[in-house]
Write a protein that binds this ligand. Structure first.
Ligand SMILES: [Cu+2]
Length: 502
């Protein structure tokens, strides 16, 4: 039915067009063809001028209307050290192209008016003119060369990489459909190495090499976390992508760089205004004092809700919009405080799991922490008069299962003990072995004796005078925990150091 109606309408319109044609044919015959044409030409020429004025008026009007929404104008001044130089290049290009745009449009419409068809006049025909060719080749060439050279100079100023001696911090942004993983270097200031072959979607989405010491304290922000940066600090961003082309775009800092799969890129910039300072600048513009939510007049003003943002500036798929992240620029002190609250990805999510290549071994930091802990316990034991303080549990001394031989990792604790014994030559101790209550009681006594004796032997071969030590096995006679639970049995299987005299 609709089809029939559409065909009918088309046929009727065709009939009307033909009829109008006939009417104007008749009119021409009546009035004289030339006179009609002349009037139509004049009318169109006048409309050309009207259109020109209206069009250029709208162009200028829209610039005035939107001026505060353009980066680099009004409230949106650059928040980075290099941003001003990009803004002035953009302004220069705007001014140039605007002048050319206005001139060409005035000429275009004025010529259409002035050289409209008139009775008795003929169009001028130029087949070739060298001067004209030269002018319209050279003028744009010179203007463009000027703009391109200015642009290149600015680009070279903005894009030099940092040198190792510079004072800067480095973060890494890895784009994927549809989020950014942001990695910070932690306290050591160094990002650990990565290898795509190590990528595991569940345990290691970035492919970080956990055998690299620099990776130990690296921090990976969760998908919704703010990216916090310190003000007045040079930030180098390593930019990569795991799947398609993305673009690391921080409009307020005039930072924009492709994130290319397989080809790391970078951008170095320095934020010069904290988020709070930028908000205070926005405050003086009336449009930023309007409610943030137009539906709710009671909502906070726009300046208060303002945030710097990271966007993906590449149409990378249907979830593209969700790559937006908030950036917060804070003072150095606030940044340090924030950083101290962040957790190492390795220590928090990898350490001790099957994905940990150092599982079963000790980290430098752990060795150091054990040393500090034992030293504190030891010093407390030799200075305290409280009997309870004089017994130290050697928490990191272990034996191979069912045997009295020391496990490999026990040496760290025992070596620390050697140096404590040597720096306190008047202290004498008892090494006390304990077991849980599994198995026969006399077998437990023997096992605990052998274990205490092995510790004794280790210390004595490492240079602690044997006369300062005794070894004794208590079997299961002094339990600390409940032998009915595994937890309790773990507590009971232990080696103690008892300070005997000092
Ligand atoms: Cu993207």
């Amino acid at each position: 039915m609709t089809g029939v109606i559409v065909i009918l309408i088309v046929v009727l319109l065709a009939v009307i067009a033909v009829q109008i044609g006939k009417v104007s044919d008749l009119a021409k015959k009546i009035r004289g063809e030339e006179e009609v044409e002349q009037r139509a030409n004049d009318r169109q020429a006048n409309w050309m001028l009207v259109f020109m004025v209206a069009f250029l008026g709208l162009v200028v009007g829209s610039i005035v209307y939107y001026k505060d929404s353009l980066l680099g104008y009004g409230p949106l001044q650059s928040a980075s050290a290099h941003g001003g130089s990009i803004d002035s290049i953009v302004t220069l290009t705007f001014v140039f192209t605007f002048i050319v745009f206005i001139l060409t449009h005035i000429l275009l419409f004025w010529y259409a008016y002035k050289y409209r068809s008139k009775k008795g006049e003929r169009a001028k025909f130029i087949s070739h003119n060298n001067t004209l060719e030269l002018v319209w080749t050279l003028v744009p060439a010179i203007a463009l060369t000027f703009l391109v050279v200015k642009g290149l100079v600015a680009w070279n100023e903005i894009m030099p990489d940092v040198s190792p001696d510079d004072n800067y911090m480095e973060i890494e942004a890895t784009g994927y459909q549809f989020a950014w993983d942001i990695r910070y270097s932690g306290a050591d200031g160094k990002l650990g190495t990565k290898d795509f072959r190590l990528i595991d979607p569940a345990s290691n989405p970035l492919g970080i090499d956990w055998t690299d010491d620099n990776s130990m304290d690296d921090i990976v922000l969760g998908g919704a976390d703010k990216i916090v940066l310190p003000v007045d600090t040079t930030v180098r961003v390593r930019i990569t992508s795991k799947d398609v082309l993305h673009n690391f775009y921080l409009p307020h800092f005039r930072v924009k760089m492709d994130a290319v799969p397989g080809l790391p890129t970078y951008f170095v910039f320095k934020p010069i205004k904290t988020t709070e300072e930028f908000r205070q600048e926005l405050r003086s513009f009336p449009e930023y004092n309007e409610p943030y939510d137009p539906e709710d007049p009671e909502s906070a003003p726009r300046w208060k809700e303002f945030n710097y943002e990271l966007a993906c500036a590449e149409l990378c798929g249907k979830g593209h919009y969700s790559m937006r992240r908030i950036i917060e620029v804070v003072t150095r002190e606030q940044y340090e405080e924030w950083l101290a609250g962040q957790k190492s990805y390795y220590l928090n999510s990898i350490r001790g799991t099957d994905a940990d290549p150092r599982k079963g071994g000790l980290l430098e930091a752990e060795i150091e922490a054990r040393k500090v802990e034992l030293k504190a316990d030891f010093e407390k034991a030799i200075s305290s008069d409280d009997e309870a303080d004089k017994t130290i549990i050697l928490k990191h001394v272990f034996y191979n299962t069912g045997s009295a031989s020391l496990s490999d990792l026990s040496r760290y604790e025992l070596d620390n003990l050697v140096s404590l014994m040597n720096s306190n030559p008047d202290v004498s101790v008892e090494l006390a072995g304990h077991t849980d209550n599994q198995g026969a009681a006399d077998a437990n006594i023997t096992l605990s004796e052998q274990r205490a004796q092995n510790v004794y032997n280790y210390l004595s071969t490492k240079g602690v005078d044997a006369s300062r030590m005794t070894a004794k096995g208590y079997g299961d006679s002094e339990p600390l925990g409940d032998n009915a639970t595994e937890e309790g049995r773990v507590q009971n299987r232990r080696t103690e150091l008892r300070i005997k005299s000092k």
